[in-house]
Structure formats: C-alpha cells, structure tokens
Write a protein that binds this ligand. Structure first.
Ligand SMILES: [Zn+2]
Length: 74
C-alpha cells in the first residue's frame, strides 16, 4: 500500500516547511473552494498538499491536488 502513496511523490509539489505549505494550502483552498490538508513526507523530506483526509492517507485514495505548475509569487 505504501507504493500507492509514495509513487506520487515525484509529481507532487513539495514544500520545505509547514509555513510554506500552509500558505499554498490557503491559496488552493481559495481557488478550489474546498478544504485541503497537508502531510509530512519522509521520503522527500517535505510537505505535500492533498484533499484526502491526512490521518487516513495509508488507505485513502490520494487525489493529487497540486499537479499544476506553481510559480512562487512572493
Ligand atoms: Zn514526498
């Protein structure tokens, strides 16, 4: 079951800190009009956004919310 989760690592955006991932989470929530979660990924040492319930990601089907190219607009 791990494979199903981790194989998406490479295609998902990775955020280096909780601060960063929260900024993008709020941005995507505004754009998409629904709540998102984030989780720590030990495989790439960063955070990913997901629409899945974060505490059940082992069994939940991961829907990739962040495949678009994100340009950092600071
Ligand atoms: Zn990852």
């Amino acid at each position: 079951m791990e494979k199903k989760v981790w194989r998406q690592c490479g295609s998902k955006n990775r955020y280096k800190s909780e601060h960063d991932v929260n900024q993008y989470r709020k941005k995507y929530e505004r754009i998409r009009g629904k709540a998102l979660n984030y989780y720590w990924c030990e495989y790439c040492n960063g955070y990913h956004l997901t629409s899945a319930k974060v505490f059940y990601y082992e069994t939940a089907e991961m829907e990739d919310e962040t495949t678009e190219t994100v340009v950092a607009d600071s």
